[in-house]
Design a protein around this ligand. Structure first.
Ligand SMILES: [Zn+2]
Length: 309
């Protein structure tokens, strides 16, 4: 079976203004690279239109209404200090959510074996009722709730290897025994959360905070604890918050992962998915702000998804 690549041109309409690190080119360089490589093992799909009902499994209605009314007719507006929106941000925001739904349905329908969503804005800092850190709606959390509600799963694992703590995802699932959230991140750092003391009501949150300067070897050693916990949980489906900003070239953080580390950690996650959930893995882009590192790292991540069998 092939790998799904879910993306939409609307990502390119989400203009965050001059000099903003969460820029249009982030998705276009990833997508252009995959177009150029023309790998026949990828199935390209556009996101489905997402219903309010699906978003409201995760976000409060007042917040969804606020988001919908916030997109400006022209120029820029902001949902928080870092989260800038423009007229084209509306379609990009809803397509980012739609991408994970399309990816999940595609895996469940056996249209493809696993999938990567190359979309923006990212989502993991967004909470039930707030935007934060470039994130508007929490796509991965909406995906997890969709798996619980539509496909009646009871054990969803979310692995977040973005260099920043996925505080929005943690908040959304803090009291949810059906979702295990595992995050590796630079700590102390933005957004300030993510200590190992934050464990969730059911011990379903597992934070692995790591200091600035963490290198490949140190990170991969820490990642063994991610894999151990994942095995103990026995997930029925695995979602990945794939941020590539722990790369050594990333300007927004101080880890020094190499491009190939993303291939390695993806392979390790997939090995576990094979044991417990028939390889059902859906990944979605979060951060990653050095364009070249993002392009190469996302390619190695997808290489691992493609090679898995
Ligand atoms: Zn990040």
């Amino acid at each position: 079976m092939k790998t799904g690549l879910i993306t939409s041109d609307t990502s390119q309409n989400h203009d965050t203004g001059p000099g903003h690190p969460e820029q249009i080119a982030r998705v276009s360089i990833i997508v252009d690279n995959f177009k150029k490589l023309n790998n026949k093992n990828l199935i390209w799909k556009k996101p489905s239109k997402v219903s309010d009902e699906i978003i409201l499994t995760t976000h409060e209605i007042n917040y969804l209404n606020l988001v919908k009314s916030s997109f400006p007719k022209n120029g820029f507006s902001s949902l928080d200090g870092d989260t800038i929106i423009s007229p084209g941000s509306r379609d990009a925001t809803f397509d980012a959510v739609g991408s994970i739904i399309t990816a999940i349905d595609g895996v469940e329908n056996r249209e493809f074996k696993n999938a990567f969503c190359a979309v923006r804005p990212p989502g993991h800092h967004s909470g039930q009722n707030k935007a934060a850190g470039f994130c508007i709606l929490n796509s991965i959390s909406i995906g997890a709730n969709y798996l619980l509600e539509k496909y009646k799963y009871n054990k969803i694992a979310i692995i977040d290897f973005d260099v920043h703590h996925g505080n929005g995802t943690q908040d959304i699932f803090y009291d949810d025994k059906n979702v295990l959230f595992i995050s590796t991140h630079q700590y102390p750092y933005y957004p300030g959360t993510g200590s190992e003391k934050e464990k969730g009501k059911y011990n379903n949150i597992y934070n692995i905070p790591l200091p600035a300067g963490t290198n490949s070897e140190e990170y991969l050693n820490a990642f063994e604890f991610v894999l151990k916990r994942l095995k103990e949980f026995k997930p029925e489906f695995i979602l990945i918050s794939a941020g590539f900003d722990a790369h050594e070239d990333d300007p927004l953080a101080q880890f020094s992962l190499k491009t190939n580390d993303y291939y390695h950690i993806t392979k390790r996650i997939l090995e576990i998915s094979k044991i417990f959930c028939k390889g059902k893995v859906v990944s979605i882009l979060e951060g990653g702000y050095d364009l070249k590192a993002l392009q190469d790292s996302s390619k190695r991540h997808v290489d691992a998804l493609i090679e898995f069998n």
